[in-house]
Design a protein around this ligand. Sequence first.
Ligand SMILES: [Zn+2]
Length: 340
Amino acid sequence: MSTPTRKRTRQSTAVRGAVAFGILGAVLAAPLLVVGLLLGLLVGVTSASFDGSAAAGPSPQALEVGAVSAEGWTHPIPGVVTYQGNYGQLRSGYTHAGEDLSAPYGTPIYAAAAGVVSRASCQGFQGRSPCNVIINHGPDPSGQVIETWYVHMYPQGVLVSLGQQVAAGERIALTGSNGNSTGPHLHLEVRVNGVVTDPTAFFAARGVDLRNPTATPPGGDGVAAALTWARTQIGAPYQWGATGPTGYDCSGLTMRAYESIGLELPRTSRQQYAATVRVSEGDLRPGDLVFWSSDGTAEGIYHVALYAGDGRIVQAPSAGRTVEEVTLWRTNLYGFGRLP
Ligand SMILES: [Zn+2]
């Protein structure tokens, strides 16, 4: 990802206002200099607090947007100052369902991916903090409906309306501290078929590092593209010993998928296991390898598939069947691998 440039007009406007009034004070009368400076600072503070409403008008030309990943996702708030890492945290009576990304008041928030605004309102909603913007990104390649939720803006910080189509990286809101909040931040949630999921892992699997807007998560982009290729082979017949293009066995499919993005895997599932490093199930990213063993040892490995995200795999299953995307099956499941 390229480096998004940050634009912070808030502080500089305040400083310029203070300086201008300071000079005015000096010209009028030297004793008024101090008063002028104080006045300038006051005006600066006032204009800063109105920055959100000013920006709610026509978009400034110099809007800066982070790069979009190969999967079509972007960091929703490249101006983030502190990544809180508080998804899943236990609060009094509930679990924190999102990730909090702190940034000064009025920091632009962007659509994380293309979609349609399914909510843009500051009215009461499930007892939650206002205002809420929800973008429905529609079904992903595996048919699951993805939503991103953006919370805590003030009314003037909601820049989209219900039913509006948005592109990845389009400015949709400005940070606030509205509702149950202790400071300006974006509360970001991700829902897959309506179920809350860890935003950081979700974004990492789509080439975006929520913890650092200018970083690419390790292993994120590359192997996800191998999965994209494997999905183009869905329907091709299983054929023992085949490595395409008309048929595949399990390791032939994974080998060709990695080859399509310039990565080399050895020929058999056992060799592919040996060539990769271990990954825990919770850290799986789309395109990682999944292995099955007949006897619970590495020697007994007989099957490999590509992890497809959200508990699914793409595999060349067995004779008489075709390449398919299915739920990760657990009988004889042995482990997970990623190229080092
Ligand atoms: Zn939150």
